[in-house]
Design a protein around this ligand. Structure first.
Ligand SMILES: Nc1ncnc2c1ncn2[C@@H]1O[C@H](COP(=O)(O)OP(=O)(O)OP(=O)(O)O)[C@@H](O)[C@H]1O
Ligand SMILES: [Mg+2]
Length: 358
């Protein structure tokens, strides 16, 4: 996650998302990993707060069960409300099946947990999920569920259904459902048989433009007199496959080498090989945990990455059967090694791809 002053670009996206949310639209925001969704939505949250809208941010990765979802979501709601002590009293009246309890943490700071009446779990669920709507009163609130695809870990599609059943009645609250697994999240909202079908406006976040990167990286390099011309910056962006996280990561490595007094040789290639070396133990473990077919599929994908189930592709790379490749790719997608974007299978980590190429 990045915020000011390092946050660049995304001007259009910020205006568009802020406008849609202020105009009461639900949003489904997705992209492959590390494109900058969380950074963007935090920027949008700041804009909404300036307009007096209360924003709650909740990362579904934090919850590993239905109970922990309720408890952590509840805490996020309270923390997002200005003057939460006052709100506590109001909340106590709204929650019947569960009781808010204030405890002091080891630093002496108050935090709130829920004391659930275990017999009334389903009632607690509705009460907690309805809280934003009730607390909002006549104001507008926005709830952001980050890594929303993780909801499927909580209680399969039943949880999705339960959540949709409650929040679809909310009039004062709009939702942002966002996530990284591009192969999963759109399906959750475009398939008729899924609970969140047609829930909001899909927004597909793309990469940051090359021109914006050139501007920001050359400004930084110039400010310290590092000899790094536009051509070099273009190669840097290409090496990182223009994925925002990796562009920043590689640029900071080059920067580090340069200010460390490294003037000999090609800074960019040196930075790339250092980054790959740093990760090589991890890449080796990742690789060794794959089956031979998964490894062979990746070996083929570093060469070409479209029409991978076609006969030609399979025979060219000696991958056996199309169904075998399909199940290999399914595992690689679920493990977060690959993603699917613009009809191509892409590596989530471009340096892992480089490591495979060798
Ligand atoms: N607007 C931006 N300006 C500059 N750098 C950015 C921007 N957006 C993303 N980045 C870079 O990409 C990194 C990842 O961003 P962020 O965590 O917002 O992405 P994400 O899509 O939410 O990732 P994940 O899929 O892991 O949740 C940031 O730490 C930063 O280095
Ligand atoms: Mg994120």
């Amino acid at each position: 996650m990045v915020s000011e002053p390092y946050f660049i670009d995304r001007v259009e996206e910020t205006i568009q998302l802020t406008g849609s949310l202020a105009a009461s639209q639900n949003i489904i925001l997705y992209s492959p990993r590390r494109y900058g969704k969380t950074s963007l939505i935090m920027k949008v949250a700041g804009e909404l707060r300036k307009r007096g809208i209360t924003v709650i941010y909740f990362d579904l990765f934090r919850a590993n069960s239905r109970e922990s979802f309720l408890e952590l979501y509840y805490q996020s709601i309270l923390k997002s409300v200005p003057g939460w002590e006052k709100i506590m009293r109001k909340v106590a009246g709204l929650l019947k099946a569960s009781r808010p309890v204030v405890i002091m943490d080891k630093n002496g700071l108050p935090s709130v947990t829920l004391d659930f009446d275990r017999r009334l779990q389903s009632q607690s669920f509705t009460e907690v999920v309805d809280l934003p709507e009730k607390l909002a009163g006549k104001e507008r609130w926005v709830v952001i569920f980050d890594e929303f695809q993780e909801i499927s870990r909580l209680n399969g599609q039943d949880f999705e259904k339960e959540l949709r059943a409650v929040i679809q009645h909310h009039k004062n609250v709009n939702y942002v459902l966002m996530g990284s697994k591009k192969h999963l999240l759109p399906g959750m909202v475009t398939r008729r048989d899924r609970a969140f079908y047609n829930f909001g406006k899909p927004v597909n976040l793309e990469k940051i433009s090359e021109a914006e990167w050139i501007r920001s990286i050359s400004a930084k390099m110039q400010s310290t007199g590092i000899p790094f011309n536009v051509e070099k910056i273009i190669s840097l962006i290409a090496m990182a496959e223009n994925i925002p996280y990796y562009v920043q990561y590689l640029a900071s490595k080059v920067w580090e080498l340069a200010i460390g007094g490294q003037t000999e040789g090609d800074l960019l290639n040196l930075a790339v090989s250092r980054l790959i070396n740093n990760q090589s133990d991890y890449y080796m473990t990742l690789w060794n945990n794959l089956s031979i077919l998964q490894q062979n599929t990746l070996n083929a994908l570093v060469i070409e990455n479209s029409k991978v189930f076609s006969k030609d592709f399979i025979s060219r790379h000696r991958l056996g059967t199309s169904s075998g490749v399909q199940s290999a790719i399914k595992v690689l997608l679920n493990d977060g090694i690959l993603d699917f974007h613009n009809d191509e299978y892409i590596f989530e980590d471009p340096f892992f791809r480089q490591w495979i190429i060798g």
